[in-house]
Structures are given as C-alpha cells and as structure tokens.
Ligand binder design. Structure first.
Ligand code: PGA
Length: 249
C-alpha cells in the first residue's frame, strides 16, 4: 500500500492572523491539483482564522503544540479541546525546540500524543538526535528510545494513522541538512523499530517525514527515498513562493 506524501509547513512563532489569511489565500489555488497532502502548523492565535481561510481547500490546518493537561490552572497553556474547536486537525508534539527550550521529555510528549489521539486529531511526533549523539555513534540508540518512550502505550492502529517527523537537531534552522541517503538510512531504521514494537502493518502505514533545513533545492532528493514520506519544513514554509516550490518539486 502506497503511503501518502505529506508536506507540512511549521511556521513556528511567525505570522499574525492577517498574515496567515493572506498566505493561505495565495496558496489555495496553487495547491489545487497537487498530489501531496499539504499541512500548515500555525500559531494558536491564527488557528481559527486559518482554518476558516482554508475551508474547502486542500490545506489542512494544525497546531504546533498542545498542553499535556485537559484543563486546569496552567496559565498560558492551551488544551486539546480548545485547539480542536479552533479548527486544528493535527498537532505537532515533541518538536526539538519544545524539548530543548521548554524542557519537554519523552514522557511529556507521550502524554500530549495521548491527548491528541483522544480528541481524534492526528499527531506529528518529532524525534531527532543531537550532533553529539550522531558523532558519537549513538543516533540509533537515541532515536529508538525517543520512539519507544514517546509512543508508549499507543495502539498499533493509532500508530498507523500518525506522522513521525525525523528531524536531526543539528539540521534544524542551521542550513546544514542531512544527506538524503543518511536520512533514508535513519528513517528505515525508525520504521524497523516501529515494526518490531507495533508490527509490520503499522510500520508500513505510518508516514515518516524528514525535517531540518529543507529548501526548494534539496526537497526532491529526500522525497525520492522510499522511507521518506514527506517533509516538515520550517523556515522555507514562511513564504508561499518557496513552500510551493517544495510542494511542486
Ligand atoms: P527548518 O525547521 O526547516 O527551518 O530547519 C524545521 C523544523 O523545525 O521543523
């Protein structure tokens, strides 16, 4: 069974409501006939307006993060039912910026993924090794641990429906991307870990994206690889021009 190609933009802390609406309006006609699925992870404040702007189009709107709690005294946090009501259809969990800057560990990511699943939304679960781990030959060990801990207790059916984004930390926002062969090897390894734990059917279905300094001039190299089913694009998703070049190839 062929897996879909999912190209997701992660805007991070960029774009106001007005800027989001303008971007989406411009992108809609350009993606009308593309084969890939097109996702945009927008700031919380722009979720509702973005979901409305994207209504009836190919563009799927989602959030970049969510609270691990359902509700409560957690000043500044946003709960999964709020995100869903605002129009999100997917949520990114465990982005390396959240792990590093906001001290989220695998257990936190696991609780977030469970909340996302409970509300029937799709998750994009990010994993990735540091430069130190890569150079010390521990990349596979780190990734195996992240996968098993972040996805602990999740059924094989839910694994099959989610997206995993392999984003080597040293490649994010640095302009230094992994080679397509290196990303393929690593993603094949990750699919193997999924197969071992959740069975080959789930492993064959789960979409695994590559992320980290994806640009129009390197996107296609990654997408040619059999275990790279899509891309998670940060900086290059901020302009319609470069994002559509990545989507169209
Ligand atoms: P980048 O970010 O494309 O700017 O490297 C990727 C990401 O953080 O998802």
């Amino acid at each position: 069974m062929a897996r879909p190609t999912v190209i997701a933009g992660n805007w991070k802390m960029f774009k106001t409501i007005a800027e989001s609406q303008e971007y989406i309006k411009e992108l809609i006609p350009l993606v009308k006939d593309v084969k890939s699925l097109v996702y945009l992870a927008v700031p919380f404040t722009a979720l509702r307006a973005s979901a409305e702007a994207a209504k009836g189009s190919k563009i799927v709107i989602g959030a970049q993060n969510v609270s691990e709690h359902a509700e409560g005294a957690f000043t500044g946090e946003v709960a999964i039912d709020m995100v869903k009501e605002a129009g999100a259809r997917f949520v990114i969990a465990g982005h390396s910026e959240r792990r590093k800057l906001f001290h989220e560990d695998d257990a936190t990511v696991n609780r977030k993924v469970k909340k996302i699943i409970e509300q029937g939304l799709q998750s994009i679960v990010c994993i990735g090794e540091s430069l130190e781990a890569r150079e010390g030959g521990q990349a596979e060990q780190v990734l195996r641990q992240q996968l098993l801990r972040s996805l602990e207790g999740i059924s094989r059916n839910h694994i099959a429906e989610m997206i995993i984004a392999y984003e080597p930390i040293w490649a994010i926002g640095t302009g230094k991307h992994a080679s397509a062969a290196q990303a393929e090897d690593t993603q094949k390894f990750c699919r193997g870990v999924i197969a071992e734990k959740w069975g080959s059917e789930a492993a064959e279905k789960v979409v695994i994206q590559y992320g980290g300094s994806v640009k129009p001039d390197n996107a296609q190299e990654f997408l040619k690889e059999p275990d790279i089913d899509g891309l998670l694009v940060g900086g290059a998703s901020l302009s319609v021009q470069s994002f559509i070049e990545i989507i169209k190839g």
